[in-house]
Design a protein around this ligand. Structure first.
Ligand SMILES: CC(C)(COP(=O)(O)OP(=O)(O)OC[C@H]1O[C@@H](n2cnc3c(N)ncnc32)[C@H](O)[C@@H]1OP(=O)(O)O)[C@@H](O)C(=O)NCCC(=O)NCCS
Length: 110
C-alpha cells in the first residue's frame, strides 16, 4: 500500500456555531450530512468534525479546487466514517474525533 498524501485539521466548535447560517450550511455540507448532524444533540461538534474532515481531505489530496460540499463524510452502520467525492466512493481513509470545544480529523490518501 503506497501512501500518496496525509492531511490533518482542527476546528473550534464555537467557530462553526457562529458561522452556521443557512447559506453557510448549504454551501459546505451535503443534505445527508445536514440531516445527520442537525438531529444530533451535539450538532455543532459534528458539523465542526465534518468541516475538519473536508479540510483534511483537501490537504491529503493537495487539491484546493474541490468545493467543500463535494466532499461528503458518510458513516457506515458501525459509525466508521468514509469519504465520498461528488457522490462517488473513494479509497481515502478518514478518522474523526470531536468534543465540546474542538473537532479534528486525519485523512490518508492511499
Ligand atoms: C467509536 C468510538 C471509538 C468513538 O470514540 P469517542 O471517544 O466516543 O468519540 P470521538 O469524538 O473520539 O469519535 C467520534 C467519531 O468516531 C467515528 N467513529 C464512530 N464509530 C467508529 C468506528 N467503528 N470506527 C471508526 N471510527 C468510528 C465517527 O466519525 C464519530 O463521529 P461522528 O459520529 O460525528 O461521525 C467509541 O465510541 C467506542 O466505541 N469505543 C470503544 C470502547 C468503548 O465502548 N468504551 C466505552 C465504555 S468504557
Amino acid at each position: 500500500m503506497k501512501v500518496s498524501g496525509l492531511g490533518i485539521d482542527i476546528v473550534e466548535t464555537s467557530r462553526i456555531k457562529k458561522a452556521a447560517s443557512k447559506a453557510f450550511l448549504r454551501r459546505v455540507y451535503s443534505s445527508n450530512e445536514l440531516s445527520l448532524c442537525l438531529k444530533s444533540a451535539n450538532k455543532y461538534e459534528r458539523l465542526a468534525a465534518r468541516f475538519a474532515a473536508k479540510e483534511a481531505v483537501i490537504k491529503a489530496l493537495s487539491n484546493k479546487t474541490i468545493p467543500l460540499k463535494d466532499i461528503e463524510i458518510v458513516n457506515e452502520l458501525t459509525g466508521r466514517p468514509t469519504v465520498k467525492i461528488k457522490g462517488k466512493k473513494t479509497g481515502l481513509l478518514i478518522s474523526i474525533s470531536h468534543c465540546e470545544k474542538y473537532a479534528c480529523a486525519v485523512c490518508l490518501a492511499v
